[in-house]
Design a protein around this ligand. Structure first.
Ligand SMILES: NC(=O)c1ccc[n+]([C@@H]2O[C@H](COP(=O)([O-])OP(=O)(O)OC[C@H]3O[C@@H](n4cnc5c(N)ncnc54)[C@H](O)[C@@H]3O)[C@@H](O)[C@H]2O)c1
Ligand SMILES: [Zn+2]
Length: 355
């Protein structure tokens, strides 16, 4: 069944189309409208073969991965587009995971000062999270996502049948972001996830589509209220960053290697945010333990020894949310309600986490 979620932001209104087996049909609709440049993940072989038959699509095939979220790839692909004579009416269609989406969105927002942009996320993580909300960007040696723009797409096409060949590690990585959405905003969704996680991660149609739709609704709620992450209250878009200050630091310390996926890093980050919330008596020991048990059942990591080192706290100082040399964290007031905890020192955070 087709489901459409409308996103109305101050800058732009667009539709997220959620429908099984819809990718080719939706992409082909663009064929005659304008000059199209498709940036697509190398792994999507059958889709590449089908799209190649169409002369009106200029295909740029790249291997998705954190490595491509760099200024070097940004420059190389932008030059390729200019060489292929992209014009201001052209459309960039990104088909791939979050890394292809983030890089392509940044390019779409800057080349010729901005062209039409369509996102076709093909990993669970990108379907439930990164394709919604218009954030894009690349990493630098100073940390993750430090260069980029806010640029809403013109359309998002979500088809969960493309997930069938996604490795299990990637499925549970996406599940971590679904879980994050639940615990920051919707307690009942969290309980539903705990009950149905096996069917969701086995991609049973009814369950995976509900998980995707509910997750998008939560992300859309924050994006609509606070498109450019300006608010500093509990409605701030920053709530979506629960677990990310730790997670991004871990990914950076791991040099973005594949052994620790984004979702896995966020899983560890969420455990740490939960632990601090528990130490502050905001959530109970049993709620904390129950959460950890759920992550273990799903197969997500819950700890990383690097938490015991000082380096991680120094890396965390580069987080975009920080102000005046103090760390601002997103924590839980209770399950289903996140809040902004501002002005923590490195030492204070460490004291919560290390006995
Ligand atoms: N912009 C945002 O708001 C936002 C939000 C969350 C995460 N992110 C970013 O998203 C990125 C992670 O995204 P990701 O997990 O999708 O990573 P990814 O793009 O690296 O994809 C993961 C792997 O899956 C492969 N792949 C993609 N689609 C496939 C398919 N259908 N079948 C088989 N393999 C497939 C890719 O080749 C890659 O090896 C991170 O850089 C993170 O910072 C951005
Ligand atoms: Zn994330």
């Amino acid at each position: 069944m087709k489901k459409i979620i409308k996103i109305n932001t101050k800058s732009h209104n667009y539709r997220i189309i959620i429908e099984k087996n819809s990718i080719l049909k939706e992409v082909l609709k663009e064929e005659k409208k304008q000059k199209n440049f498709i940036i697509i993940d190398k792994k999507l072989l059958s889709l590449i073969t089908k799209l190649k038959k169409n002369k009106n699509f200029n295909l740029i095939v790249i291997q998705g991965g954190e490595k491509i979220k760099s200024l070097k790839y940004f420059e190389d692909i932008t030059n390729k587009l200019l060489k292929l004579k992209i014009d201001r009416k052209s459309c960039i269609i990104a088909i791939g995971g979050g890394t292809i989406g983030d890089l392509s969105g940044f390019i779409a927002s800057t080349v010729l000062r901005g062209v039409r942009f369509i996102l076709v996320p093909t990993t669970l993580l990108s379907q439930v999270d990164s394709s919604i909300g218009g954030k894009n960007g690349v990493n630098t040696s100073y940390g993750k996502n430090l260069v980029g723009t806010f640029y809403q797409p013109n359309k998002v096409i979500i088809d969960h049948s493309i997930l069938n060949f996604l490795p299990k590690k990637q499925i549970i990585s996406g599940y971590a972001e679904i879980l994050k959405h639940a615990i920051i905003k919707n307690k009942n969704f969290y309980f539903w996830l705990k009950k149905n996680y096996k069917k969701i991660t086995k991609l049973e149609s009814k369950y995976i589509s509900t998980a995707i739709i509910e997750s998008i609704k939560i992300k859309a709620y924050f994006v609509k209220i606070d498109e450019n992450e300006i608010l500093i209250n509990d409605n701030s878009r920053a709530m979506l960053n629960l677990g990310h200050t730790f997670g991004h630091a871990l990914e950076s310390m791991n040099n973005y290697k594949r052994n620790l996926s984004h979702g896995e890093a966020i899983s560890i980050g969420m455990c740490l945010a939960m632990k601090i919330s528990c130490k502050m008596n905001l959530i109970s020991d049993s709620e904390y333990n129950d959460f950890i048990l759920h992550l273990k059942n799903v197969g997500l990591p819950i700890y990383d020894k690097r938490i015991e080192k000082n380096t991680i706290y120094n890396v965390m100082m580069n987080d975009k949310k920080n102000t005046q040399n103090l760390i601002n964290l997103i924590l839980l007031k209770r399950i289903g309600k996140a809040f902004y905890k501002r002005g923590l020192t490195k030492e204070k955070i460490k004291s919560y986490l290390i006995k």
